[in-house]
Design a protein around this ligand. Structure first.
Ligand code: ZN
Length: 279
């Protein structure tokens, strides 16, 4: 039997709450329901004093699991590529100010996938140097292959881990790793093998949960609440835990027509229940 989860085992990715309220209200709501962590987005930090936000989060007893997310790396020219790297360096500075454990990287793509993958590897190497100087971790998030055309040329955990090995090499305390998002990876025949490999290398920096609705109406913004879809989340959680992951389990639900329309307290209440029954 797996241990029943508690909100103290979990973090909330703020996208789950639909960006309806100012970040201060979001922090307080997440803390009020007893969750242990928060993963904010860059769009929420516009016009904010990051030190004050970081203090608010800390004073509310929350950890910052991740800061979302990177500017896409691949570009059609050198100047644009350099601009993307510079933008990501600024975001890494913000992640540090917020005290984020990881900077979450959705890497982008191009029609020329070979070029996209080369640029991603080169860009990650450049950003890793900056991340090391700031002592923040870089977390590559492989996305479901349905996004290969518009969001991510990395679609397998294996590919992300190959980049980690190529760029950082074998180290005792890696600063480059991956986020395991159940929504993106649940279908993979090699999931347990890849998660074990990531865990052995101490490269699992985060674990995102939501559910795959069947049928789904929108591949981007119709993610389900845990327990409402087809993903065997308990089984994936057991893989992640068996691989040695001890971090928080983060709920991340993009749901434009359902959860984002509900008051955030209602969504948080349902998450607090579902992590017990369905994760
Ligand atoms: Zn995710």
């Amino acid at each position: 039997m797996m241990r029943i989860l508690d909100p103290q085992d979990c973090a909330i990715n703020t996208a789950t709450l639909g960006f309806q309220a100012p970040i201060g209200d979001v922090i307080e709501a997440i803390a009020r329901f007893g969750f242990a962590g928060i993963a904010p987005w860059r769009r929420e930090m516009e016009g904010q004093n990051l030190k004050a936000v970081a203090k608010h989060i800390r004073d509310s007893g929350l950890r910052v699991t991740g800061y979302c997310r990177s500017t896409y790396i691949p570009a059609n020219g050198r100047a644009e590529f350099e601009g993307n790297i510079a933008d990501n360096k600024r975001a890494l500075n913000e992640a540090t100010e917020l005290g984020a454990e990881s900077f979450v990287m959705v890497v982008g793509t191009l029609r020329d996938l070979t070029s996209a993958r080369t640029q991603v590897r080169d860009g990650v190497a450049m950003l890793l140097e900056h991340a090391k100087s700031l002592n923040v971790k870089l977390a590559l998030e492989p996305l479901h292959p349905v996004y290969a055309a518009d969001r991510s040329c990395i679609t397998l955990a294996e590919e992300a881990l190959d980049i980690c090995d190529a760029v950082e090499g074998e180290v005792s305390e890696p600063q480059l790793g991956i986020f395991v998002d159940a929504y993106h990876l649940w279908w993979s025949v090699n999931l347990s093998r890849d998660i074990l490999r990531a865990g052995k290398a101490k490269r699992i920096f985060g674990f995102h949960v939501s559910d795959w609705l069947n049928p789904t109406t929108d591949i981007l913004n119709d993610r389900g609440m845990m327990g409402d879809g087809v993903i065997d989340l308990k089984s994936i959680r057991s893989m992640v835990e068996a691989a040695g992951y001890q971090g928080l389990i983060e709920t991340e639900i993009f749901s434009i027509n359902n959860w984002w329309k509900k008051p955030m307290d209602e969504t948080l209440k349902v998450i607090a229940e579902r992590i017990k029954t369905s994760v």
